[in-house]
Design a protein around this ligand. Structure first.
Ligand code: PLP
Length: 403
């Protein structure tokens, strides 16, 4: 069958094939520990569930919402964003979409022309480069690693800026690194961005309240509010309300961009679920903090299990202490097994093959670092219950320590 060149240009996810393999192993009765999860293994807050149930009684919950979302909810989200970031709500407009993935995708569609460059900071969320390519844009990657706490050097960002650069995507807290950029880093970024007045900034903040070690994240526009004129902040209920399947996310941006995204959305999908929007409008967002309390305790506990076990087994250099979102990156290249691996397979990026070997030999599912723009590494989730998580860590560390 002849598929479009656009589709052919989009990469398949390696994670998907690993997950298929994991399901097959489970069907065969093997024990599998899936540490690839991108969601919390719990239901949303009970109060939110009750709001959804209550809204089931209204005709409007079953009918099209306005394309950009329910007006009162857009206003509520803009106000909350302004309040939590200590910025003015004056020029903030909002569009709601079927998950923030759609918000980011349509925002890129509203901004970039074919050939435009978009800067990504690696490690980056797996979907950014594919979305950029789909619109005909060119992803330009700037690397960082465990030594610089996964915060790319500002001079590298400056070097990558060209007259073709249309936008930069900044994701803090970061999926997959499990860290957020420091206040100092954000201040420097603000200074750099001020010098490039035609550059747009997509600030992906979907994990902003999933922080389990202080200090809380800050954002470049808090240090230079004039940057809000060209900032698109992304948010969602997926991660912070444990509601990935309800599909509601948003972009907060100046009205001209919201109008552009609305045009695409109107012809592509229409507005997001009326039911979920109406429930969120009724939901007291103050309850999010109460809901996230135990989640943060769990993540802190999982991160300390990793720290203790890695230290015990001499693997402490394999990771950088995570403090937000619910993942961290594991650097295979610094483990005792790696020299054996290189001897057998030669130099190169073996992220996917190593993840496959870990799955086949030890039943642990990880996401290869190559999905996030890093080599010889993997992303690991911290969401699993304590006992199986500890078992998974035992299996994983026995593999990593085998010289
Ligand atoms: N941004 C980041 C950094 C993510 O990790 C994800 C999901 O994993 C999303 C955006 C999209 O989330 P959703 O479409 O569920 O709102």
């Amino acid at each position: 069958m002849h598929l479009s060149s656009r589709v052919k240009g989009v990469s398949d996810s390696i994670t998907q094939s690993l997950n298929e393999k994991a399901s097959k192993m489970m069907d065969e009765g093997q024990v599998v520990y899936n540490l690839s999860a991108g969601q919390l293994p719990i239901k949303p807050p009970q109060e939110f569930i009750e709001k959804i149930q209550a809204q089931l009684n209204f005709l409007k919950s079953y009918q099209y919402s306005p394309v950009a979302g329910v007006g009162e909810l857009r206003k509520k989200i803009a106000d909350q964003h302004a309040k939590s970031r200590h910025i003015s709500n004056e020029n903030l407009d909002v569009i709601l979409s079927n998950g923030s993935k759609q918000s980011i995708y349509f925002a890129l569609g509203a901004l970039i022309d074919p050939g435009d460059e978009v800067i990504l900071l690696a490690p980056y969320w797996v979907s950014y480069p594919e979305m950029i390519k789909f619109w005909g844009g060119v992803p330009i990657t700037i690397k960082s690693n465990v030594f610089d706490a996964f915060s790319p050097a500002m001079e590298d960002i400056v070097k990558a800026l060209t007259p073709r650069t249309k936008a930069i995507i900044v994701n803090s807290p970061n999926n997959p690194a499990g860290v957020h950029y420091s206040e100092q880093w954000m201040k420097f970024l603000a200074l750099v961005l001020k010098d490039y007045p035609d550059l747009w900034i997509i600030s992906d903040e979907v994990y902003s309240s999933l922080v389990y070690y202080d200090p809380a994240p800050t954002y470049f526009y808090q240090h230079a509010p004039e940057l809000l004129e060209r900032t698109i902040s992304i948010g969602a209920i997926s991660k912070t309300l444990a509601a990935t399947g309800l599909r509601l996310g948003w972009a907060i941006a100046p009205s001209q961009v919201v109008a552009g995204i609305t045009r695409i959305q109107g012809q592509a999908t229409s507005g997001p679920s009326s039911l979920i929007q109406r429930a969120l409008l009724e939901f007291d967002n103050g309850l999010e903090e109460k809901f996230l309390g135990p989640v943060r305790v769990h993540l802190r506990k999982s991160a300390s299990l990793v720290r203790e076990m890695f230290r015990e087994k001499g693997l402490q250099n394999l990771w950088y202490q995570s403090h937000s979102a619910f993942y961290f990156m594991l650097d295979f290249s610094r483990s005792p097994m790696f020299s054996r691996y290189i001897e057998e397979h030669g130099e190169g990026d073996h992220s996917a093959a190593i993840c496959q070997e870990i799955l086949e030999r030890h039943g642990v599912v990880l996401v290869p670092g190559s999905d996030f723009g890093l080599t010889n590494s993997a992303r690991m989730s911290l969401t699993m219950e304590e006992v199986p998580f500890q078992e998974a860590l035992e299996r994983l560390t026995s593999y990593l320590t085998q010289a």
